[in-house]
Each structure stands twice: as structure tokens, then as C-alpha cells.
Design a binder for this molecule. Sequence first.
Ligand SMILES: *Cc1c(COP(=O)(O)O)cnc(C)c1O
Length: 360
Amino acid sequence: MRSWNFYAGPATLPLSALERARDEMIDWAGTGMSVMETSHRSKEYDAVHHEAMDLFRELLGLDDDHVVLFLQGGASLQFAMVPMNFIPKGGSADYVITGSWAEKAFKEANIVAKARIAGTSEGNGFTRVPAQHELDLDLAAAYVHITSNNTIKGTQYHEFPDPGAVPMVADMSSDLLWRPFDANRFALIYAGAQKNLGPSGVTAVIVKRSWVEKANSGLPTMLRYGIHLKEESLYNTPPTFSIYIVRNVLQWVKAEGGLAAMERRNRAKAELLYGVIEGSSGFYRCPVEPASRSVMNVVWRLPSEELEGKFLGEAKTNRMFGLKGHRSVGGCRASIYNAMGIDGLEALASFMKDFAQRNG
Ligand SMILES: *Cc1c(COP(=O)(O)O)cnc(C)c1O
């Protein structure tokens, strides 16, 4: 029996993606081996690798100038790789600070190059994302970096900033593929797979080929986007099993109706949960301003930490896991990525209403 899995990441995966892996674990594609045991240079693996890339292209509607890469080191390595490749000597990049992941990205950029803060919602306790008019953008910046969804704080951009002619880079680790959007507007998008795309171990990078051509030279080979682009993410051994599962997940997204279907599902799920919070006469309280509320990570508090502990304990006995807020902020959080069905939200909503009634 499957549990209700609200972990922020690694997170729940579509059942069909797991079942396919189970069925193919011992004998995959008629090879008599698992994908894990097969050469990354085999034609069988190559088909999976390129199918995963092609599915990304198709789901996102990428133009010919955008390519999909599968890298390692998580989103955290992208925090350093982006500035190493794209901030020229003597130049700087703009960062919009909307929470701890954005802060980490900014910090890494300042280790390897120079970055400045173009906007921050720290003064509001990161309970919203900054509006366009609050940004102080440097027209000469190498790029503007944003974090599309703030996994810990539960905020999300519903409309992306307009950086004008400056290339835009986004950390979309916790919301890539939640809805259709114009990915071609971005110079680079990166996402650790373990939230909304698959298992840990692989990072999806969508990058503009013409931008990579202008990247800094002199970097170690593994840290150059150019080499991964040229070798189609097969310069060294890629995380083959993780990419195989990502392929299975993308097949599921497509079969469900693509990103438009994901958006409908995700909005219905989030509305249900925010509705319970808002309808609880103040028992549950979401600190995030309504216009910035995340559709992927919903955060809320209870009247006391003691009640929060009781809530989390009872949730577990109801087979609901991963509802504890990030250790840096406390409270509760439900991560409701693409793979979480509406049935999980119905179960959570009914438990929350019942708990409020008994403890309110
Ligand atoms: C989880 C997360 C990260 C860190 O990802 P790793 O793959 O563990 O390095 C970075 N940014 C955001 C927005 C995240 O949610």
C-alpha cells in the first residue's frame, strides 16, 4: 500500500514510472540486464537518453536555439557553474533574493565572480516575491537570476520579471513542468530532478546554445556547459538510472495531457488545500501573501508548536508523511508536485478539517 507522500524532495513519483522500472528491473529492453548494468554507450541506453531529452523539448516547446542537458551535482552545483561560465572578467550578475535557495545561489556567485542584489523580499520575511517595480536591474549585468518557486518559504512567481535585454536565468528546481510557460524566454533554466521531475542524481539544464558559445573559457572540462552540449551530456558516465526514471516520468506527463493538464491538476490541488487553511477560522494560518502563494509547496502554521507536533504525529498514523516544514522555518508544509494526485489532497483536507474540529 502506498503512503501519502508530501516530502519536499526527493518526492513522490508517478506510480506508472515506478511500475515500469519494477517490470524492467531484471530484464530491460530485451537485454537480460537492468538499465543500471548497461553501458552508457549502448544503443539501448542511448535511446532512453535521447527520448528523455526529446520529451523535455516537446513538453516545453523549445526552439532550435535551446538544448536540454543532464548534469550532476544537483542544483547546488549550478549555483557555481552559472556564474563561472557566464560572468565575464570584471562583470557582475543580478540576483533576486526570495529565500534561502536564492541566497545560496547569490553566495556561490560571489565566491567565483561578482554578484549584486537586484531585489529582495527579506524585509517581508520572504512572504512574497518582489514585484517588477521593486527591482533595481543593472542593464549591464551578465544575467538576472531568479528562483521561480521557493520550496522552503512556499512562495512562487506567477508572473516572471521582465529583465529587458539582460539574459534571464532561473532555478526551477521545485516547479519546472508544473504548467506551460515560455521557456524560450530564458537563457538558462536548471532544476534538480528530485522535486518535480524524477529521482535525485540528475539535474536538468535547459540552455540557449548561442549563449553557451559566449561562455568563459579556461574552466575545468566538467564545469563547462559547452562540453556537455557538444557531447549531448555523454562526456562522462551520466546517471543512467536517474535519467531513465526521468524519461518514465516525462512519458507520464505527456500521457496525462502535458503541461496544460498538469496546471489544471495542480491548481485544483492547491485551491483545495489553501481553501481548508482559509476556511479554518484562523486555526491554520498561511504566512504567505495570497498573490505569491506557491502551487507546489504549501506552508502553514497551527496555533502552537505543541499542536503542530501533535498534528504531524497524527498525520503519520494516517499514512501522511513529509508534512513537517523545513527545519529552518518550522511549521507544516505539503509539497504537492505533479505526481501527487487530487486524492492525496482530499485525504489531507479531510484530516486537517477533522483535526481542527477536535483541537480548535
Ligand atoms: C532543493 C532545491 C535546491 C537544491 O537542490 P540540490 O539538487 O539538492 O542541490 C536548489 N534550489 C531549489 C529551489 C530547491 O528547491
